[in-house]
Ligand binder design. Sequence first.
Ligand code: GLU
Length: 462
Amino acid sequence: MIVTRFAPSPTGYLHIGGLRTALFSYLWAKKNGGKFFLRIEDTDKARNSVEAAEAIVKAFEWLGLSYDGEVIYQSSRDEIYAKYIKQLLDEGKAYYCYMSKEELAELRETQIAAKERTMYNGKYRDFNGTPPEGVTPAIRIKAPQSGIITVKDKVKGDVVFNALDILDDFVIARADGSPTYNFVVAVDDALMGVNEVIRGDDHLSNTPKQIVVYEALGFKIPNFYHVPMIHNHDGKKLSKRDGATDVMEYKEMGYTPEALLNFLVRLGWSYGDQEIFSMEEMKELFNPKDINKSASIYNTQKLDWLNSHYIKNMPNTELAELLTQYDLVLTSHDKKEILLDVIKERAKTLKELAELAKEILETPTVYDEKAFKKAFKEDSIEVLNTFGAKLTKADELHLPSDYHQIMEEVVNEMNIGFGKIGQPLRIALLGKLSGPGLDSVMAIIGKNETMLRIAQVIAVHS
Ligand code: GLU
């Protein structure tokens, strides 16, 4: 069974780079009927916050990504870590190190002065004398002192680390007893049965240390997939400066979960030249063996394009629900189908969709001056009045075609071109010359509101 996980540190919001590896892990597990866990790596008490952890869980909810079982918090697993630290001590695979802070600092300085790599010097590795007084020891693991450690990475191929260059007997528990990062990651992944680790390649340098822990504890080493970073157009790591990176900001900006996930799955993974993937297709087609070896480039236009695709294809009832977050309650509006049909083609985001809807639903408070001048001719008031009078008399007006018919009657009776009514009416209804078909606009706002807008523009004009 494939078991994957997403293991964010709750130090801030959920970054889209993190979300992408979460998605990859999720898809890979789901595709194989496996398990996907969410583990919050909150052992660094100084940097973590409960709010950040909650925000991650919320983001998962918004995106519709589910995880197996409960969220696992590392902060609640101290006893487990203590047990494995003890095991390593008992087996002689870890040891107490009594170097004081000052001694360590001094060692470091000497090494820097000698232009050597800064590392622990192994002083207490084989120590069996009497420990110095007044020092609470840290616990170090016995790491290999020579040879190589190979990370058999499924994206990058074999990555060979020289033990001497990258390892020393690193601390697995600090003097205060708290376990360290690489130790808990390895223990948790092993105990949770995680056999496929998909994560950002910024973690590649941690992997040999984690392998040391796996080996010391006799755990089976999982498969690793280190995914290249997402870059901006300048080839630099994506940062806040390139736009949003907080997943929940995408929600506020009006992106749909479908579009965001579709966008992310294509950042660093491809299936032929297919761009649009439903969740079902992603689950069916995703395979981490197809993850690209090079960094992917973040492209906002692509995200917008995907978002408008999903908006266009979303049922109107669903869109109406989503628009409530932009203070637009359409859920019980009897003309919401017509309204959303005429505007959904033009919106890149839900926020834009809400704005387009408001432009139609709200009585204009200002008129575009230039457009006003252009649209209003000598006979415009007369045309609008004639149209208004006909509207008053008509009783069954529902569809755009009902309104269209009345416009046609005016045009025929007054023997004028369509523009003669279209342009001033457009100003009356929308305050400007652009926008959707007027017959649709009138059907959406209804007869009374149409007459009110006509009366208003006439009052302003005279
Ligand atoms: N907690 C790490 C992070 O947020 C991820 C660790 C991992 O995936 O192994 O970057």
